[in-house]
Write a protein that binds this ligand. Structure first.
Ligand SMILES: [Zn+2]
Length: 336
C-alpha cells in the first residue's frame, strides 16, 4: 500500500448511492451507541490466528514467481477448502513496475455462495520483495508477518468461526489478493509508474471470480496484527463509505477496542479497497495500521516485520470486530 500524495484526485470520486444502507457523509467522531443489541458471534481464537501467521512465514517469502509463494498458495487453498463452501483460485499474470511478469493467484473463499446479498472481507497474501524502508539489505524481501500475514490469518480464523456458526442469510467472500506489495520502491531509479501496487485487486476488479459480482460492502485488512497497532478512519474509506467506516469503528468501541480503533480521520492510502471501489462500485473501507504522525509504523517494509511484532490481542480485537459487523448485518437481514 502507498500513501496518496494527491488526495484531491479522490475528492472527485462519485459518491456511491446504490446501497440502501448509505448515509450522508458525517465525519463527526462517534460515540458508542447502545440502541441495538449486539448479535451473538462465534469464538475468534487468537491462538489460531497467531499460528496461521507462523505457518505462512514457515514457507518463506510469499513473493510471486518463487516456490515458497506457490507452496503457500497451495496451503491456503487447501485450508479454505476445508472450511468454506466454495473456493475459487484465479491465476493471472500481472506486470510489475519493472516489467517483471508476476505469476499470481487470487484466492476467494465463499460462504453461502448462492446468497444474493454478500459482504467481502479481504487482505493481500503476497509479501514484499524489497525492504526499501530499512537501512540495510533494501533489495532483499521482508518476512512480512504483519504485512500481510496478519490480515490473511484474521480471514482464516474468521472462516473457522463462520463455519462454526453458519450465517442465516448473508453470503460472505473472503478474498485474498495476490501481488499487492510488488509496488515500485521509493528507492527505484526507474520512471515513476502509476498504480504499481495492488495488482491483484486491480485484476479482480476487472475480472471478478463471479461475473457481474456485487456486494453490499467490503472491508479490507492490512497490517492488523502488530502490538503497537493503531487504526484510524482512512480518508478514501471515509469519502466513499463513511457510514461503513463509522459503523465499524463504532462496533469496535462497543466491544471495548476504542484504544485500537481511533475514530479520527487519517490520510488517504492506496490499498486494495480503492480498486474495488473504483472497479466494482462496492462501498469498501480499509482497516490499516496507520497514523498521520507515525505512518505505517517502524517495522513497515523492513526486515523487522517478523513474529516479534505480532500481538494476539490485536488479532483478536480485529477478528471479533469483523465478526460482530458481519453477524449484526446477518441478524438485520434475517429480520427484514
Ligand atoms: Zn506492504
Amino acid at each position: 500500500m502507498k500513501v496518496q500524495k494527491y488526495f484531491l484526485v479522490f475528492l472527485s470520486f462519485s459518491v456511491i448511492t446504490s446501497c440502501d444502507l448509505f448515509k450522508k457523509n458525517d465525519t463527526q467522531p462517534i460515540e458508542p451507541t447502545k440502541e441495538e443489541p449486539l448479535a451473538s458471534i462465534p469464538k475468534f481464537n487468537p491462538d489460531n490466528a497467531y499460528s496461521y501467521i507462523e505457518k505462512q512465514l514457515s514457507f518463506g517469502i510469499r513473493v510471486p514467481n518463487t516456490k515458497s509463494h506457490d507452496a503457500c498458495a497451495a496451503y491456503l487453498i487447501e485450508f479454505f477448502k476445508g472450511v468454506a463452501d466454495t473456493v475459487y483460485s484465479q491465476h493471472y499474470t500481472a506486470i510489475a513496475f519493472d516489467g517483471t511478469k508476476l505469476q499470481s493467484t487470487n484466492i476467494i473463499a465463499a460462504f453461502n455462495p448462492n446468497a444474493s446479498k454478500r459482504i467481502i472481507y479481504s487482505a493481500h497474501w503476497d509479501s514484499r520483495p524489497f525492504a526499501d524502508q530499512d537501512t540495510v539489505d533494501q533489495n532483499k524481501p521482508i518476512p512480512a508477518a504483519n504485512d500481510a500475514g496478519s490480515g490473511v490469518a484474521v480471514l482464516m480464523e474468521m472462516a473457522n468461526a463462520i463455519k462454526s456458526q453458519p450465517l442465516s442469510s448473508l453470503g460472505v467472500d473472503l478474498v485474498l489478493f495476490d501481488s499487492e506489495d510488488y509496488g515500485q520502491p521509493a528507492t527505484s531509479k526507474l520512471p515513476q509508474v502509476q498504480n504499481s501496487y495492488c495488482l491483484g485487486s486491480q485484476y479482480w476488479a476487472k475480472s471478478p471470480h463471479v461475473p457481474d459480482y456485487k456486494a453490499i460492502f467490503g472491508i479490507n485488512m492490512d497490517m492488523v496484527g502488530a502490538s503497537d497497532a493503531v487504526f484510524m478512519r482512512e480518508e478514501i474509506s471515509a469519502t466513499n463509505a463513511d457510514w461503513l467506516s463509522q459503523y465499524v469503528w463504532n462496533t469496535a468501541a462497543r466491544l471495548g477496542y476504542s484504544s485500537l480503533f481511533i475514530p479520527q480521520l487519517a490520510g488517504a492510502i492506496t490499498d486494495d479497497h480503492l480498486y474495488v471501489i473504483q472497479g466494482r462500485k462496492i462501498p469498501m473501507i480499509d482497516v490499516i495500521h496507520y497514523t498521520n504522525d507515525s505512518g505505517f509504523g517502524i517495522h513497515w517494509h523492513t526486515h523487522r516485520d517478523d513474529m516479534k511484532w505480532i500481538s494476539k490481542n490485536t488479532l483478536e480485537a480485529v477478528g471479533r470486530t469483523m465478526l460482530q459487523v458481519l453477524y449484526d448485518y446477518d441478524a438485520k437481514e434475517e429480520v427484514n
